[in-house]
Write a new protein. Structure first.
Length: 73
């Protein structure tokens, strides 16, 4: 399953919500050296109840708008 994700990094909370067909994900970590991407994968894995290795960032490694592939749903 492919989903579009908008990441809000350096937030005070971790939260996943759907808005207009796009997942909006609030993360606590800052977007530096891939830390926000790592946290994004952890949060999505927990939210969709899959292992972290089932989630891949296809596009947007350095952007707040990403295309994510989730396998095993």
């Amino acid at each position: 399953m492919k989903v579009k994700v908008k990441v809000i990094a350096n937030s005070s909370r971790q939260e996943v919500k759907e808005e207009n067909g796009i997942l909006k994900v609030h993360l606590k970590s800052i977007p530096m050296k891939g830390k926000a991407n790592e946290e994004l994968i952890e949060v999505l894995a927990e939210n969709f109840k899959v292992k972290k290795n089932r989630i891949n960032i296809l596009k947007g490694h350095k952007s707040n708008i990403k295309e994510i592939e989730i396998n095993g749903i």
